[in-house]
Design a protein around this ligand. Structure first.
Ligand SMILES: *Cc1c(COP(=O)(O)O)cnc(C)c1O
Length: 410
């Protein structure tokens, strides 16, 4: 098995396992497909959702493609800027921006803040006034739709913490428009992640279109509409195929045709999810009561999606023999939740076999922890026949030297 033209066993030998491996070609192809699909809507701002994978090499790849960034913390803002993403292409989202984060982003420059409450707007206005500026801002709307994906990644229902309700939006917009530190010029929506049903997105966007008309009727200028991210990718081949970027683009064109605004989209998973795999080695195969346990050297601390979201990931041998087995695929972490798959039919593997866990480019390395004192693992980027380490494996030594013991224990 290769990633582009590089054999995965070579990476395992040179870098060790577990390791994340990313394909540049896959990311670039996704950008191309999305850009082409959205071009007829007037060259929208494509702001990559940094939280999906904030690796510097990935951000730099997207910066070179001309993408902007959707950030949800000042840490992500700084990473995006360091990778060469221009400030006028950065959108700052998130329900809990602090005054310090607002001030820092205003100082560095950005396209707009997406505001999630009247309380936040008030704070932003004060921060901007103190800096003698007006903060470019849009209001994030909670359109109250059921996204239909996992509850932990659905964000657009009334009970969710995100955004301002449609019912309140008109009044709140009127109030906020008078804040001297705000340059309120748009609306935003993001109803969830791993969405595989375009009609839910269309329902939300249609509501946003109605709101834009309502706001204009009240004399507000609406220059930008941010449609968020959320388009899903294909994880389990037994599921229906996720909508293509072309279908997504056609739907956006249909609903937004008369809006007369600059559109923004914030794709994360769509651009990186299928571009990455987790390369791991079988430590041993342990006999089990129901199925054998295939114990990998990767654990839930490296890839927590199965434990967190019951996510399904493809699991394949790097050198398949043609034979198969049914097994529970687990990691070495001392938690029963450290399980990648139960009763899965996989390629026959033994101790020492290399295995890849697929579709591990998004919400994977970025969520890793060092639980069980397991150092964060390497990340490798492939480009044709070239490859490079884009994140060094942590060492156990780093746990011994920092922080120093408190004085009373020395
Ligand atoms: C997470 C997030 C995104 C990206 O979601 P994907 O499902 O990865 O496309 C976009 N916008 C906002 C506000 C987000 O929180």
């Amino acid at each position: 098995m290769h990633c582009e033209r590089v054999p995965l066993p070579l990476i395992a030998e040179q870098v060790g396992t577990p390791a994340y491996v990313y394909s540049t070609a896959s990311m670039r192809n996704q950008v191309l497909a999305l850009r082409e699909a959205l071009a007829p809507t007037g060259e929208p701002l494509i702001a990559y959702a940094v939280k999906a994978n904030p690796n510097a090499a990935i951000l730099t790849t997207f910066a070179a493609e001309g993408l902007g960034a959707d950030v949800v913390s000042i840490g992500e803002y700084v990473r995006a800027r360091a990778a060469g993403i221009a400030p006028e292409k950065i959108v700052f989202s998130g329900v809990g921006k602090t005054a310090d984060e607002m001030a820092a982003a205003l100082d560095g420059g950005l396209y707009q803040f997406n505001i999630e409450s009247a309380e936040e707007a008030e704070m932003l206005s004060q921060v901007a006034q103190a800096a003698d500026k007006r903060a470019p801002a849009a209001i994030r709307i909670n359109p109250d739709v059921e996204a239909g994906s996992h509850p932990k990644i659905s964000t657009g229902a009334a009970r969710n913490k995100f955004g301002i309700s449609m019912a309140e939006a008109l009044d709140i917009f009127g109030r906020l428009d008078a804040f001297p530190g705000l340059d309120l010029r748009g609306v935003a929506v993001h109803i969830g992640s791993q969405l595989t049903n375009l009609s839910v997105l269309e329902t939300a966007f249609t509501k946003i279109g109605d709101l834009v008309s309502g706001l204009r009727d009240r004399g507000h200028e609406i220059a930008t509409v941010d449609l968020g991210g959320g388009l899903g990718i294909n994880y389990d081949p037994r599921d229906a195929l996720a909508p293509s970027p072309a279908d997504y683009g056609a739907m956006i064109r249909r609903v937004s045709a008369c809006w007369g605004v600059r559109l923004i989209v914030e794709p994360g998973r769509l651009l990186v999810g299928s571009a990455g795999v987790l390369l791991t080695r079988v430590i041993r195969v342990k006999a089990g009561a129901v199925h054998p346990f295939v114990v990998l050297d990767a654990g839930m601390n490296d890839l927590m999606r199965p434990a967190l979201y019951d996510a399904w990931h493809a699991i394949n041998a790097v050198n398949p023999t043609g034979q198969q087995m049914t097994a529970d695929i687990v990691g070495p972490v001392c938690e029963t939740g450290d399980t990648f798959a139960l009763g899965r039919i996989i390629d026959q593997v033994d101790a020492g076999s290399l295995v890849v866990i697929g579709q591990a480019g998004a919400y994977a390395a970025t969520m890793a922890s060092s639980y069980n004192s397991r150092p964060l693992i390497s990340e490798v980027m492939i480009n044709g026949e070239d490859w490079a380490i884009v994140r060094e494996r942590e060492t156990i030594q780093s746990y011994l030297v920092t922080p120093p013991l408190p004085p009373w224990l020395r």
